[in-house]
Write a protein that binds this ligand. Structure first.
Ligand code: AGP
Length: 587
């Protein structure tokens, strides 16, 4: 949530670089934006409510500066106004700060520094005021150190001080990455922001600070001592983070799924076997994640149960800390996250670690906080996922869990074969005719206010995931249920024409799901069947390949497409749904 970006270097169009970088971080927050620089010894700033993608670069062309900072906001403290947009300043307008995170003790600091001196409702403004206070007696570097030592909460900040030709950034709990180019450096919340300039990065860890001037210098936030960091080369190509021929990232990422599954299963055999063994050796294994990643975990529960005959417990990460009563050193927590930065997941990991349990993570963003704070981490290699709705990351994560389940019973090669076939069937499925048909279904239901989705066994989590996809991008009220649960209450919601999606796989529960679908049809529901075979009960049939226990991987794809088209047909931007952000770094 919130994207921050800072540039310092040889180019004199720093404002333009910062704005373009922030446009690539827009998925992190898009209610308002702002930039600041030192323009001939005076603070220049520009803030605006709205999306940074709508910024006019021409407005900044005449400002030749080699250093700038900027921010794209997802509001936490204070409404969406120009005053609350970042950067925030001290009263003398000498210090400018951009921030991602939450300062928990901001009220107390505000009181101390005089509430009347503040012009915004944000928690961030106290950082600028605090730095300015210490700046009276200390150097810029010392003032930042002293100020951040007062902060309670999570933050990644970038600070500029008028008259000082360098930037300072610090992190505790929110992501911050340093891109290191030739005679230039970039400070950003995520790598795609500067990928067109450099692929060499330093990951800032918690309680670290970086000073960017002629080079980059890292310090420990608490002691001020210098730290040595390793420069990492990222193998993402700049184009992989661009929309290319597609109107939206969401559609592009849906279409990429065939390749992603291949990459996800192409893991080092020893690593997969090591993980499989750790699960087998653990006493109490938990799967945890949030939102879509949580539904992936639930699918994993079924994969481990059906394939490896092993019970694994799922808990959403926001609930997981409550499980601390059950945790012990022999427990294993497997966390799943696309961004690798989700605050609730980090908290779940903390709870597990406190009890001495091991943490394994499955993430998409290499070098992310979750990856680095785990005992062991697997990278799903799906490439940058920019649309807020998770699609390719989810199917890649499910592929990896299924692969691990097969490894647990000594069938890794067979697992690879099954998943390679799934990838190739998804490839066949994603043809223009398939998309056109789903778009026609979307046309029929786009004006409905409610939609319900049912699934059973390994497709029950997909019913829940389908609901998230439809809710978040199209704002249609959608709910997923275990197929057998409807008759215990929710069936009262069905009226003539209510769209109901039913996942009917060729598995041992097929007849049960058909029966439950018929119960819906008898109450007037308009049935959209997702199944390898047609059935009389379906009003619409979206044919998917028969891939046995891997059915969740193919079943969710048409729903991703359906959600996408409903959003587009309703005139919405599926990449940037209201109220949401791609990476949720607040609790
Ligand atoms: C998915 O479409 C959502 N936008 C959201 O539920 C997401 O999956 C969740 O916030 C977890 O994110 P993560 O995978 O980056 O941890």
């Amino acid at each position: 949530m919130c994207g921050i970006f800072g540039y310092l270097g040889k180019r004199d169009n720093a404002l333009e670089i910062v704005i373009k970088g922030l446009q690539k971080l827009e998925y992190r927050g898009y209610d308002s934006w702002g930039v600041a620089t030192d323009l001939n010894g005076e603070l220049f700033s520009h803030k605006k409510v709205g999306k940074i993608s709508e910024a006019n670069l021409d407005d900044f062309k005449d400002k030749k500066v080699k250093l700038a900072i900027g921010h794209t906001r997802w509001a936490t403290h204070g409404g969406v106004t120009n005053a609350n947009a970042h950067p925030h300043f001290d009263p003398e307008k000498q210090i400018a700060v951009v921030h991602n995170g939450i300062i928990e003790n901001y009220q107390e600091i505000r009181e101390e520094l005089g509430k009347e001196n503040f012009v915004s409702e944000t928690d961030t403004e106290v950082i600028a005021h605090l730095i300015a206070k210490y700046r009276k007696d200390y150097s810029f570097k010392e003032a930042v150190l002293k100020a951040v030592q007062r902060l309670v909460g999570r933050y990644a900040i970038v600070v500029l001080n008028v008259g000082e030709n360098y930037l300072i950034a610090a992190r505790r709990g929110s992501p911050l990455i340093v891109g290191v180019g030739e005679d230039e450096a970039f400070l950003a919340s995520d790598i795609p922001a500067f990928l067109e300039y450099t692929q060499n990065v330093n990951y800032l860890d918690d309680n670290e600070m970086v000073i960017v001037n002629d080079g980059v210098e890292f310090l420990n936030l608490e002691t001020g001592e210098p730290i040595k960091k390793r420069l990492v080369n990222i193998d993402w190509q700049a184009e992989s983070a661009e929309k290319g021929e597609y109107d939206h990232f969401m559609l592009k990422e849906i279409m990429e799924q065939k390749d992603c599954i291949h990459r996800a299963i192409n893991q080092d055999t020893d690593e997969i076997m090591h993980i499989a063994q750790q699960i087998k050796d653990s006493r109490g294994c938990f799967l945890s994640g949030c939102g879509t990643a949580g539904k992936v975990c639930m699918a994993g529960e079924y994969f481990f149960s059906i394939i490896a005959k092993r019970h694994v417990n799922f808990a959403p990460s926001s609930e997981f800390p409550v499980y601390h009563h059950f945790l012990r050193p022999e427990s294993l927590l497997i966390v799943i996250s696309q961004s690798g930065e989700t605050a609730d997941v980090l908290e779940a990991m903390e709870a597990a670690k406190k009890k001495g349990a091991k943490v394994l993570s499955i993430v998409n963003v290499e070098g992310s906080t979750i990856a680095r704070q785990s005992d062991f981490s697997l990278h799903i290699k799906a490439g940058p996922e920019k649309a807020v709705a998770s699609t390719k990351a989810a199917t890649s994560q499910m592929a990896l869990l299924l692969l691990i389940a097969t490894a647990m019973i000594g069938e890794l090669q067979e697992g690879r074969r099954i998943l390679a076939e799934v990838a190739s069937k998804i490839n066949d499925m994603l043809n223009p005719r398939f998309l056109t048909y789903i778009k026609s279904v979307a046309e029929k239901i786009k004006d409905q206010e409610n939609a319900y989705i049912i699934g059973k066994a390994e497709n029950y989590p997909m019913a829940l995931e389908a609901a998230i996809k439809i809710q978040e991008v199209s704002y249609v009220h959608a709910e997923g249920f275990a197929a057998g649960e409807l008759k215990h209450g929710p069936i009262a919601l069905i009226t003539e024409g209510t769209p109901c999606i039913s996942f009917v796989a060729n598995d041992e529960v097929k007849q049960d799901v058909i029966n439950n679908t018929m119960e819906l049809k008898a109450r007037g529901a308009y049935i959209i069947g997702i199944s390898p075979d047609n059935h009389d009960v379906f009003d619409e049939w979206i044919k998917v390949p028969d891939v046995g226990v891997a059915s969740p991987l193919v079943n969710i794809v048409p729903i991703q497409i359906l959600a996408y088209y409903i959003a587009v047909l309703r005139g919405l931007d599926p990449d940037m749904p209201r109220n949401l952000a791609k990476s949720v770094t607040v609790k």
